[in-house]
Design a protein around this ligand. Structure first.
Ligand code: ZN
Length: 198
């Protein structure tokens, strides 16, 4: 009589567990709800990450899934109510796997020039305004293993990194607008809230 296959070693059991996890994730990725302005979590600084665990790697994957589901090219942990210094970016939106970027505890260490382009944010749906950003930036961050690396970017990548790093400090792109423009945007949001469209 055939017996059930037995997983004898810890390594085999670990592989089996991972396969189950992968299967579950592929069939139904855990999607986090993206919170909207003025949720307080968006307005405070995220805590630095100090432990680089499998749970952190899992969270990062869930952040990519949630970002793609929301059709964004960047997502910061505070946007899913996790007040930590974690952000994921993919400026090519799944086109080029090498564009998938994870920045943990990032800081801008060099910047040059200016660019002025339209920006939006998953936490401020339907709001689009031109924002001035650095044209080129160099960022130092940690990856999911805690290894320190540096990444440089221009154009959309520079903009995305700066936008997401701002999120980790409680800053939204509307905070980078002139007082007048920011007030107009806030008035528009109030109106949308009043009509239940926010
Ligand atoms: Zn944003």
């Amino acid at each position: 009589m055939p017996t059930e296959p037995k997983l004898d070693t810890a390594a085999e059991r670990r592989v089996a567990r991972q396969m189950t996890r992968d299967a579950v994730r592929k069939s139904a990725p855990k999607l986090h709800t993206v919170v909207k302005y003025p949720d307080p979590v968006l307005l405070k600084k995220g805590e630095p990450v100090t432990e680089f665990t499998p749970e952190l790697a899992q969270l990062v994957e869930e952040m990519f899934d949630s970002m793609y589901a929301a059709e964004g090219i960047g997502l910061a942990a505070p946007q899913i109510s996790i007040s930590k210094q974690i952000t994921v970016i993919d400026v090519s939106f799944k086109e080029r796997p090498e564009d998938k970027l994870v920045l943990i505890n990032p800081e801008v260490i060099d910047r040059r020039g200016k660019q002025l382009e339209e920006e939006g944010c998953l936490s401020l749906p339907d709001i689009h305004e031109k924002v001035q950003r650095d044209a080129w930036v160099k960022v130092r961050a940690q990856n999911v293993k805690g290894e320190i690396f540096e990444v440089e970017g221009t154009e959309l990548l520079a903009r995305a990194m700066l936008h997401e790093i701002d999120h980790l400090h409680g800053i939204l792109f509307i905070d980078r607008l002139s007082r007048l423009k920011r007030d107009l945007v806030l008035r528009r949001i109030k109106k949308l809230q009043k009509h239940g469209d926010w």
